[in-house]
Design a binder for this molecule. Sequence first.
Ligand code: NDP
Length: 247
Amino acid sequence: MAATLDGKVALVTGGSRGIGEAVALRLAADGADVALTYRGNEERAARVVDKITEMGRRAWAVRSDSADPRAVRAAVEEIAARFGRIDILVNNAGVGLLGPVEDITLEDIDHVLEVNVRAPFVAAQAALRHMTEGGRIVSIGSCIAERVAFAGGTLYATSKTALTGMTKALARELGPRGITANLVHPGPIDTDMNPADGPSADFQSGLTALGHYGQPSDIAETVAHLVGEGGRYVTGAAIAVDGGFAA
Ligand code: NDP
């Protein structure tokens, strides 16, 4: 039997590590050719490309800083030219910045909004030029967008909540074209950004209903569902994969 994503081309931003890597590998396992972007970690990106190639799929990594909208656009165009199409966009690259609201600088605000909000918007715009019926856009938000359970999250929550509006509006606009847009809100997931043995890990685990961290593969499972056949009637939705953090 053919894999569900056979013949599809996926672009995963921030695919060199963490959740993005898990998503890239999972979509490749489901049959997609996968392109990924990264900011600086060429070695890790190359390793993900090698793993996907070993699965028998095409893979390509492009260095592209999401803070630079021209670089985001250029990466999408380069990938579309190389693969001939884009069927799936996963807006995953993101930065976390926590701290008292009065300590947040203007530079912090610009950077977090550039990477977490403007880049997904620009990537969606650019990818849509290459997407046809059946196309899928999935953005990675955060459980903090659903429940700001501790102090210090004003900037991060502002950025991740913006993706709710973007996703719903895209769903409305793209529905007639047969393209879906959805949002996945991870809870605490064991990555470099938020290691399960980090200083606030016990605290974060205690905020979930299940009492522990999730793995990047937990997020990849849900993304795979949304971009596969099972997600065909799901659009404009926000799905929490957070161990009950928002419960
Ligand atoms: P990591 O820090 O572990 O990995 C980040 C990935 O994004 C890397 O591939 C990195 O590339 C890339 N990246 C970071 N900044 C940029 C940039 N400016 N331009 C291009 N690529 C960039 O993060 P996670 O895997 O933990 O997080 C992935 C997403 O999930 C983010 O949007 C995050 O906000 C969200 N999230 C994570 C949670 C968690 O607990 N881990 C919880 C809720 C949401 P490189 O390797 O080159 O640095």
